[in-house]
Design a protein around this ligand. Structure first.
Ligand code: GCU
Length: 417
């Protein structure tokens, strides 16, 4: 805690208010000390990305992919997100096409509604997908797989009114994607994962064994469950001949941004990963403790795995930090977006993570964020494998973000076409 002693000099008399203390840049959220000033950020050393657990220096793509990356992925699974256990009975998946409208948005695209049901002896859970594909394409199209907080039914997947031309009810600027020849797949984050401790209404229950009724300390939490939902959607996408499986980008915001990054790191079928204001357990570095910190996020009892609780107040003992998560997405393109007023998500920590992940992109001969100084507001450091921008405004999507994402997808998906 930073304390200020106030000293007042009055005509040769010095009065010192010994007990007058004030805290700079800190506040309490739910009884947790939260840092909102760079002056308060503790000094720290990050675990070395390019040194293996055995102490060997990693100098090639092969050593990264075959040795160091698997080590980091295992550590992220067992200390932060939790691993997906093996279910007692296999989980069966059924995809049902509920509706196809070939004349959606004045005939510019086809909208398909598909339901996926996952089941075994322990129960069943279902999720919906709304798929929008341009009508004029002769070849399979690249898509953005967007996970949002709203249902993908009713008004959310209808066009908004003429004054918001081309936008879906859930805020996706569909027209901008169609203009570039991209489709969009919308899903609701958490449709198969409720924010609960028992996971009795979530996909997790299908994976319980014996008399188990709670996840074990190293098993998946809410965020990892939502990441799993991304991968199951990709399973459907692979069955859809109108979509180019090699050109699928994923995006999610905030809590879903955390799941986007973990899904992107685990499932290499995702060709591009877009991280929107992902913050703690997303792109932001734990060791900075800025904004939402480990203590706070573990108050959502099961967002992370049980083991994460052990590191509250001992962030320096974590065998990983979040730059390592970003590095595990390499060499696939990754775009990290921050809002300058989004202090809760530690916008600077999100940038520094990208900066510290860059040596792995460099190993692949790719460009990332190579200066410790962050790019200026609203000036994207883009068109590189690991891109970044911080824009004006706070937590949320802005048209500026969508515009950069579309350029980024165009740049990477179409560069060899
Ligand atoms: C809270 C939480 C964040 C999260 C956000 C969300 O603010 O602390 O970690 O990103 O909710 O709604 O997703």
């Amino acid at each position: 805690m930073r304390k200020i002693k106030c000293t007042l000099s009055l005509i040769g008399v010095t009065i010192v208010f010994l007990n007058s203390t004030q805290t700079l840049g800190q506040s309490k959220e739910w009884g947790t000390e939260v840092i909102y000033s760079e002056l308060q950020v503790p000094k720290f050393d990050l675990p070395d990305l390019l040194v293996t657990v055995e102490g060997n220096k990693v100098t090639s793509e092969e050593e990264w992919m075959n040795v160091r990356r698997p080590q980091i992925m295992a550590l992220l699974a067992t200390t932060i997100y939790g691993r997906v256990p093996t279910p007692e009975a296999p989980v069966k998946t059924r995809f049902e096409e509920l509706e196809v409208d070939e004349n959606f948005f004045d005939g510019r695209c086809t909208r398909k509604l598909v339901k996926a049901t996952f089941s075994n002896e322990r129960g069943s859970v279902a999720m919906n997908m709304a798929i929008f594909l341009p009508n004029n394409s002769e070849k399979p199209v690249p898509v953005l797989l967007r996970m949002g907080f709203s249902d993908v039914t009713g008004k959310n997947i209808e066009m908004k009114n003429i004054q918001e031309y081309g936008q879906l009810g859930n805020g996706t600027p569909l027209v901008d994607f169609l203009d570039k020849g991209f489709g969009v797949v919308c899903i609701k984050g958490g449709e198969i994962v409720k924010d609960e401790v028992s996971f009795k209404n979530s996909i997790h229950k299908l994976f319980y064994t014996g008399t188990q009724s709670l996840t074990k300390a190293d098993e998946w939490g809410v965020i990892a469950g939502i990441s799993y939902q991304f991968s199951r959607t990709m399973d459907y996408i692979e069955t859809d001949a109108a979509i180019d499986n090699d050109r699928v980008a994923i995006v999610g915001f905030s809590k879903l941004g955390k799941s986007t990054l973990w899904a992107g790191a685990q499932d290499t079928r995702f060709a591009i990963v877009l991280s929107q204001n992902s913050g703690a357990a997303g792109a932001a570095l734990w060791r900075r403790k800025f904004g939402e910190n480990l203590e706070y996020i573990t108050r959502f009892p099961r967002w992370l795995c049980g083991n994460a609780n052990k590191y509250v107040g001992k962030e320096n003992d974590l065998p990983i930090d979040q730059h390592m998560l970003l590095a595990c997405i390499a060499p696939r393109p990754l775009y990290v977006v921050s809002g300058i007023n989004d202090l809760w998500a530690d916008n600077m920590g999100e940038y520094l993570s990208a900066y510290h992940a860059t040596p792995v992109y460099n190993l692949f001969g790719l460009e990332g964020q190579s200066t410790a100084e962050r790019p200026r507001i609203n000036e994207p450091a883009a068109n590189r494998a690991l891109s970044y921008h911080v824009r004006s405004g706070a937590h949320g999507y802005q048209q500026f973000d969508w515009d950069q994402y579309i350029k980024f997808m165009d740049f990477h998906f179409n560069k060899n076409k």
